[in-house]
Design a protein around this ligand. Structure first.
Ligand code: C5P
Length: 400
């Protein structure tokens, strides 16, 4: 039987964790051992947790009676460590590496994947401190189950409500299956991500707004599913997750060469925003503002289309699955479908640039998934969820 160590910290959503324990045990045959923080004990009692989990509840870092369950053993006794609800406080502690009670100590001591289901007031959730912590933790490989939007217990409205127990239980099950089965084991994947930079002179360059977040999320999900992943990264503001192989390549030509060096591969995902044009000749000196001239002309030449080059490789060397992206401002499906054919991609993940907020540098994305056979509109999700859904399709593709 698979085991989850469930840490319950102090949020009103703690009542949902009781249902989560029941669901994990009954619907997924996953056993649960609970750790209750001091704040959490104001919302649910050890007695309810023991009754539902069928196990004792741990709260004290320095308990003489729990010696055989020291924090190190406890943190490693499960297949997965889940914090639900995860308050702003415990998220901040984990991001900063603080360990001053049993829950925070376990989170640092564990060698198992960690899942957080945040729960808090909308302002606390949207606060840059919390958002920075979440980005930092995601980039270290912590799984975040995004809170939902709606009425909050404090009477306000917005994002911050802990995801429902069914959503969390399904995600825990998916992760436990992923940990054990590694369905993409033995397959090699190359992912391009971020923005290219085409130098103009020693100080200026042509680039774009891509954050690289979507590509890194896909790389993480692929690695989690067992693939051997290398990210070819342009300019990005993502801290690469631990354990991912990353090759840096700034210009389109460098990026293409880096990809070609990594071939052969089974999966190629082109999520980078690659400049279509570069300067025909990079200037060796900084362009001066010459008195009396109001215009400057730069000569641009076309860049190679990386994904098209990879897509059109001969069958023996072409990755079996080539996935492109298409960010459009109009005629989404027809433009993206045309690109799928022109670039010889198996699939294209298309999205509007404005949805209505700019998709670049945004945590969420609403995409249309286009294959030879079908066009599917996926609901608005965070980029990690888009990545997980795409990787689920990749797993299906290779099963066949
Ligand atoms: O044609 P467009 O730039 O919209 O196509 C986007 C897709 O093509 C993305 O997958 C992007 O990574 C890829 N691309 C590329 N090389 C280029 C331009 C785009 O690989 N020079």
């Amino acid at each position: 039987m698979k085991k989850v160590l469930l840490i319950i910290s102090g949020g009103i959503a703690a009542y949902k964790s009781l249902e989560l324990i029941r669901l994990l045990k009954q619907s997924y045959q996953i056993s649960v051992r609970c750790v209750l923080t001091e704040a959490g004990s104001h919302f649910v009692t050890p007695l309810s947790l023991t009754a539902l989990s069928g196990d004792r509840v741990f709260s004290d870092l320095f308990s003489p009676t729990d010696e055989q369950f020291g924090h190190i053993q406890l943190s490693r006794s499960a297949d997965l460590v889940v914090v639900a609800p995860a308050t702003a406080d415990i998220i901040a502690k984990l991001a900063a590496g603080l360990a001053n009670d049993l829950a925070s100590t376990l989170l640092l001591a564990t060698d198992k994947p960690v899942v957080l289901a945040p729960s808090m007031n909308v302002k606390m959730w949207e606060h840059p401190a919390t958002q920075d912590n979440i980005i930092r933790l995601s980039s270290r490989g912590t799984h975040i189950i995004q809170p939902e939007e709606g009425d909050l217990a404090c009477g306000e409205q917005g994002a911050g409500r802990m995801a429902g127990p069914e959503v969390i239980a399904a995600e825990i099950n998916r992760l436990i299956v992923g940990i054990n089965l590694k369905p993409l084991k033995g397959l090699k994947a190359i992912i391009t991500t971020g923005a290219t930079q085409e130098m103009i002179d020693p100080v200026r360059y042509i680039s774009n707004h891509s954050s690289g977040r979507q590509g890194y999320s896909i790389a993480e999900s692929l690695a989690f599913a067992g693939a051997d992943v290398t990210v070819v990264s342009g300019k990005t503001n993502v801290i690469p997750p631990n354990g991912l192989k990353v090759v840096h390549a700034l210009s389109a030509i460098d990026m293409l060469q880096a990809c070609e060096k990594l071939l052969p591969a089974d999966i190629f995902v082109g999520a980078a925003a690659v400049a279509d044009w570069r300067l025909d000749k990079i200037l060796s000196q900084k362009i001066k503002k010459t008195a009396g001239t109001d215009k400057l002309q730069l000569n641009l030449v076309k860049n190679p289309d990386i994904i098209s080059v990879i897509g059109h490789l001969r069958d023996t060397i072409r990755p079996k699955l080539v996935v492109g992206f298409a960010a459009e401002t109009d005629d989404l499906v027809s433009n993206a479908s045309r690109k799928r054919l022109e670039k010889n991609c198996n699939w294209v993940v298309a999205n509007f640039v404005y949805q209505p907020e700019n998709v670049f540098d945004n945590t969420h994305n609403t995409v249309t998934f286009i294959t030879e056979k079908a066009t599917e509109s996926w609901p608005r999700m965070n980029k990690k969820q888009v990545a997980d859904r795409l990787v689920a399709r990749i797993v299906e593709f290779f099963k066949k």
